[in-house]
Each structure stands twice: as C-alpha cells, then as structure tokens.
Design a protein around this ligand. Sequence first.
Ligand SMILES: Cc1ncc(C[n+]2csc(CCOP(=O)(O)OP(=O)(O)O)c2C)c(N)n1
Length: 377
Amino acid sequence: MLNPEKYFNFIKSLGVEFFTGVPDSLLKSFCGYVNDVETKNHVIASNEGSAVGIGIGYHLATKKIPLIYMQNSGLGNAINPLLSLCDKEIYSIPMLLMVGWRGEPGKKDEPQHVKQGRVMLSMLEAMDFNYFIIKGDETEDYETTKKALDYAWKNSSPAVLVVCKDVFSKYSYNKVQNNNIQFAAKSREDALAQILKNIPEDAAVVSTTGMISREIFETREAFNDSHERDFLTVGGMGHAASIAYGLSKYIKKSKMVFCIDGDGSVIMHMGALSTSGILGERNFKHILINNGCHDSVGGQETVAFKIDFETLSVSMGYNFIKYDNNISIAENISCLIKSEGPSFTEIIVPSGSRPDLGRPTSSPLENKKAMIEFLSK
Ligand SMILES: Cc1ncc(C[n+]2csc(CCOP(=O)(O)OP(=O)(O)O)c2C)c(N)n1
C-alpha cells in the first residue's frame, strides 16, 4: 500500500506542486491529505473537464506540471479538453492525470462502474495517451510514477496514472466544518424520508448520483413502496436535472417530476439549470439537498455553502421556494408542490450517512422498465 503522505512528498520531490480534480472514493486518502496540507496549491474543481482547464492555465503560468485527479467516470468530462487542447497535436500540454479505476475487471463493483472499468484502458489507448498502472506496491509504484512524469515532460503530453482499488492506506483527513449552520433535518436520509412521504403518490422522482439515490431506494423499501416512480441516476453525475427536465417536458402534465439533487452534482453541470429553469415546465420541482460536500466519496468540501441558490435559481428562471426552518419539511414540500414550476428549493442537511447503508437490489434495467411502465399509466 502507499502511504498518502509519503507518496505526496515523493510526487512533490519530482516537481509536481499543484493539485486539482474531482474527488473519488478510491483516491480519498491521497486527496484528503493533499487538501489538509496544500491550502494554496489545491483546488477541488466543479468537474473533471474544468480541472483539466485549470491545469492548462497553471502550466501556462508556471511551465510546471499539474496533477489532475478524478474517478474514471470523470474521464468523459475530461476527454474534450484533453483531446482538443492538451494533446500533442494541439497545444501539447504536459500533465499528470491520476485516475481511480472503478470497475476494474475481476473486482466486484456497482453496475454503473463495470463497463467503464472494462473499457477504460482501451479508451486511453484509442486516445493515444500513455498510461501507467499503480497497484499498491511501494517500490514499483514510485518507479512507475517517475516514468509517467518523465513521459509527460519528454513528450509534453498528458500521462495517466491509473490507480487500482485499495492502493492508498487509510488517512483520516479533516472533515468540513458545519458550525453555525442550521440543518433542516438530523440527516440527509431523514430529510429524504420526509420528502418522499409528502410528495404526490403519482409523482416521478429523478435522484442524483451517490448516496442520495441509495437512501431513496432504502427509504422506499422501509416504507414498503415499490421503486417504479424513481429514476436513480447511478452514473452520469450532474445530469439528474436534465433527465428530470426531459421527463417533465414529455410526461403527462398532471404528474409532477421531482429532481432530488446534491450540491456537488448541481455544481458539476450547473449550466443545465438554465435549461431546466428558463425553459422549464410547470410540473418540474427541483430539490437541492445541500450538505456542502461530496459526501458519497469521502466528504470533500464543495463551495455550495457559499452559493446563494435563491439568486442563482431565480436568475435561471425558477420560482424559488425559501426553506423555512420554523416549519416542518412536510409544510415546506407542500409550498413547493403548490408553487408554479419550475420551482427550486434548498434543504440544508449535515454530512454523513449510516454505516450499514445498502445499495439498490434491483438492476438499472429492471428499474427503467418499471418506470416506463409506471409513466405510461
Ligand atoms: C463524473 C463523475 N465524477 C465523479 C464521480 C464520483 N462521485 C460519485 S458521487 C460524488 C459526490 C456527489 O456529491 P453531492 O452531489 O454533493 O452528493 P452527496 O454525496 O454529498 O450526497 C462523486 C464525486 C462520479 N460518479 N462521476
């Protein structure tokens, strides 16, 4: 295994001094350490493409190589700036990408990671990007990292460190400080249960990537409800609002569509709000569950507690329903339901989840079929 502190110091000794990216559960110890010690030279980006952009700017300003970290599901966001800017045939920008390998063949993982994990190396080969696999053997991995960096310098090109599961040893990093924040519920799961209890029975729900969808699945189970009303956006982080918008445009207008989103996800593809808001439908209700962090992959801070979502959503064409902490979630949801959509509300909750939180027991295909059936009724 690699000790995050030692590995970080090793990378720094090779001249890599700037770090940006989007958090990933496989990389959380390393990124957590970087976040604790690099107050100036570390930026948690809104999405992986943006992280590549920040890295390009850093290189232009300093001539140095940035390290850009991401989960392999974020490669899709990064491919455009990588191939159309950083590639040797265009601006030839050297950078070190650190990619967490979810869905590595032979290792058990969730359905949304399996295909991505299987095709990742061939994708990198097709892109003509050299990759170097980090497996958790200290001596070998240090050598491999050095080779990757040499390659990036010599070819003035991105080089990819592909990081397998369980490579980094545990590091307890500082968590987001939630002092002076008034929460609407004792936990995200509790808020979700109250929301689900109070939305119309025939409403469709589109929930975002990560624990929000897992908790919605488990809450429906606990209520002995079926799952046909819920589309769990298990992959495609940041696209729940667009899915819900598409659904709201073509679903029977008597049915409402609730998008239950996370702050990291809203920030990842914030531009989508301009569509779901300005072009949005009356039956569209957008609920942001804001815990100020990427809770599902380790609790790394987002900038969401610094965003004024009322101003943002109103300027994007939504009707904003201000959450009132003096009344219950049930009453707040009732205001949201009565409001003319597209409407937006923000519910602030603490970070964290229960340790025994399960995962959906039905497959995405089963869920899709059930939902299509439900929508056609
Ligand atoms: C494109 C992409 N990048 C990164 C990830 C890894 N990832 C899964 S959930 C998540 C955090 C989501 O944060 P937020 O929307 O705030 O919800 P929370 O987990 O806090 O409930 C991240 C970064 C991913 N699935 N897809």
